[in-house]
Design a binder for this molecule. Structure first.
Ligand SMILES: Nc1ncnc2c1ncn2[C@@H]1O[C@H](COP(=O)(O)OS(=O)(=O)O)[C@@H](OP(=O)(O)O)[C@H]1O
Length: 555
């Protein structure tokens, strides 16, 4: 691979020459300077002094980082995680969340104006057990209420698409560009036949997502080998096509869906893809998961390239896709997004995302971590990952170290990721420790601590928080709010229910009640991670109406 700087400037020049250039304006927050908006959508540098000033001005005061990597998990003395089915069963589906049911509209977010009614703690103050904010007064207002502060009204400004001239130019160039893409696909196919690129690229994918190879093993030797070869060939063709068409891929995401594993990010992304102006990452025909999440910052292009703007651009659709959406489907504007849930769990991603897309917005999905971690276990088991732990087995005594101590290996990994320079290679042990250790899975539920690197770097109005139950209770309402938040015209969205397969089947499997109690103590006790999250959201001015699992139901 050519040195990155040269490759990036060559690609940028090619992008200009092929009329794959920037649109006239872009998304991001309406308060952003226009140049920065362009940079976000089209992969420009985005690091100007003006933007830095903007970010500085909007950067909220945050508390000093908490001990996310402490050797001992934050203690909780009692189980207060009510309001959810702790076994993670799909009982959650369709169940009216109490607060949402009381509200006129089951909104995912109570914006700042409404949250002002709450006894707000100062930014960074952890709520103690005795100073709960009064949440009963928080009613989610209509998203486009005229009483909203100007900052929020501006947020909902729609995106702007290509100018009529550019649309016409693109329409004339479309056949040529399509021919170029077909040629690139053919070349990628031929290269794949030589096997070597297929092998090399698959190794990188398997390094970043080590659970994938287990899927083949479950299918048996013959079917498993056939499936694996097909998958690897398809992956190779797709990645090579992406790279060969780089000049046609100037886009970077306008927003990210940050979720914690099993928070409903796939469903939200699927719904958003039904909007004519939105696309997720450029997908693989044989691996639908990567059509939603790039896994770029987890090293899907190799551990030394998880910061390259050029390579990140390759993960998103071409100008032809944009042309299709804006000209053929008639969307007024188009944008793409990355819905990789594990981004937020890894502390190094916030700074890399800031450098690549400083004006990005974030839709943060939150779920009670107790059913969330069980759902994660079930997913890994169903994929055939050999886990050395199980939440279905009883805990080892009252103070089971699995739920009270952070394993040294896990805390060391999180510390290393937090200290990682923005262009440094990812730690070698990252995927195996992250995906197989119970301690790592549990760490992913420490939402407040994991969000902090993002909240420290991006302006307040870049975040929208979506609570899982409210989303599953009324997905359409939440999707429309998300569309407004990211600047899309929600009126153009047609809601289609997703196939039931999007919901996991636990069968007869259930979390052991003792484990459930231990997890509830870990996350839900006074001063524990859930309380810290609620305090953070209150300080942030955004309180989801459903806060039961954050220990706020009695407020
Ligand atoms: N509409 C709706 N209703 C009810 N439940 C829903 C819905 N959409 C997603 N889900 C549940 O979300 C869980 C999957 O979350 P993710 O897609 O974020 O998973 S992943 O991290 O991307 O693998 C998974 O949770 P579990 O069922 O507990 O495993 C899905 O069932």
């Amino acid at each position: 691979m050519a040195p990155q700087a040269a490759a990036e400037s060559a690609a940028a020049a090619a992008a200009t020459a092929t009329a794959a250039a920037a649109p006239s304006s872009a998304t991001a927050t309406a308060t952003a300077p226009p140049a920065a908006q362009l940079a976000t959508r089209d992969g420009g540098d985005g690091g100007s002094e003006q933007q830095q000033q903007h970010l500085q001005q909007h950067r909220p005061q945050q508390p000093a980082p908490a001990a996310a990597t402490a050797q001992r998990y934050p203690a909780g003395s009692s189980s207060t995680c009510s309001g959810s089915s702790m076994d993670g069963s799909s009982q959650e589906t369709g169940e009216a969340p109490p607060a949402a049911a009381a509200a006129a509209t089951p909104a995912a977010v109570a914006p700042a104006a409404a949250a002002a009614a709450v006894a707000k703690p100062a930014a960074g103050i952890s709520l103690g057990p005795h100073d709960k904010p009064k949440l009963s007064t928080v009613a989610p207002p209509e998203p486009q209420s005229p009483q909203q502060p100007p900052e929020q009204q501006q947020q909902q400004q729609p995106l702007q698409g290509w100018s009529p001239g550019r649309r016409l130019g693109m329409t004339l160039a479309a056949p040529l560009l399509a021919a170029y893409c077909c040629a690139a696909f053919g070349a990628a196919w031929l290269l794949t036949c030589t096997i070597l690129p297929s092998y090399v690229l698959a190794q990188r994918l398997y390094w970043a997502c080590p659970f994938i190879p287990h899927i083949w093993a479950r299918l048996g030797p013959v079917a498993g080998t056939a499936a694996r070869l097909g998958f690897e060939a398809s992956h190779c063709i797709n990645i090579l096509t992406r790279l060969l068409t780089l000049p046609l891929r100037p886009h970077l995401p306008a927003f990210y869906i940050l979720g914690f594993p099993k928070c409903g990010t796939t469903s939200l992304a699927e719904h958003l893809k039904h909007h004519p102006g939105l696309s997720a990452t450029a997908g693989l025909p044989y691996h639908e998961a990567l059509a939603k999440e790039s896994h770029f910052f987890q090293g899907v292009y190799g551990r030394t390239h998880a910061h390259s703007r050029t390579l990140y651009r390759s993960c998103f659709p071409t100008v032809l896709t944009r042309w299709w959406h804006e000209v053929v489907r008639g969307a007024p504007a188009w944008a793409c997004f990355d819905a990789c849930p594990v981004n937020v769990c890894m502390p190094h991603t916030a700074e890399r995302i800031r450098r690549l897309t400083p004006e990005a917005k974030f839709v943060v999905m939150l779920r009670d971590p107790v059913p969330g971690v069980f759902s994660a276990e079930i997913m890994m088991r169903d994929m055939g990952v050999p886990l050395t732990w199980s939440l279905m087995e009883p805990p080892q005594g009252e103070e089971d170290p699995r739920f009270t101590q952070v394993p040294a290996e896990v805390s060391a990994l999180w510390r290393r990721l937090a200290a990682l320079g923005p262009e440094e290679p990812l730690p070698r042990e990252l995927p195996t420790t992250f995906y197989t250790q119970l301690g790592a899975v549990l760490q992913c539920g420490m939402y407040a601590d994991l969000l902090r690197p993002y909240l420290d770097r991006f302006p307040k109005d870049s975040f929208m928080f979506v609570e899982f139950k409210q989303f599953t209770f009324n997905p359409e309402a939440v999707v429309r709010q998300v569309l407004q938040f990211v600047g899309m015209d929600a009126a153009r969205y047609t809601h289609k229910p997703l196939p039931p397969a999007m919901k996991n089947n636990y069968g007869s499997r259930a979390m052991h009640p003792g484990v459930r109690a231990a997890l509830a103590r870990l996350y839900g006790g006074p001063g524990g991670p859930n309380r810290r999250l609620a305090a953070l959201l209150a300080a942030w001015g955004q309180l989801p109406a459903e806060l039961g699992w954050m220990g706020m139901e009695g407020a």
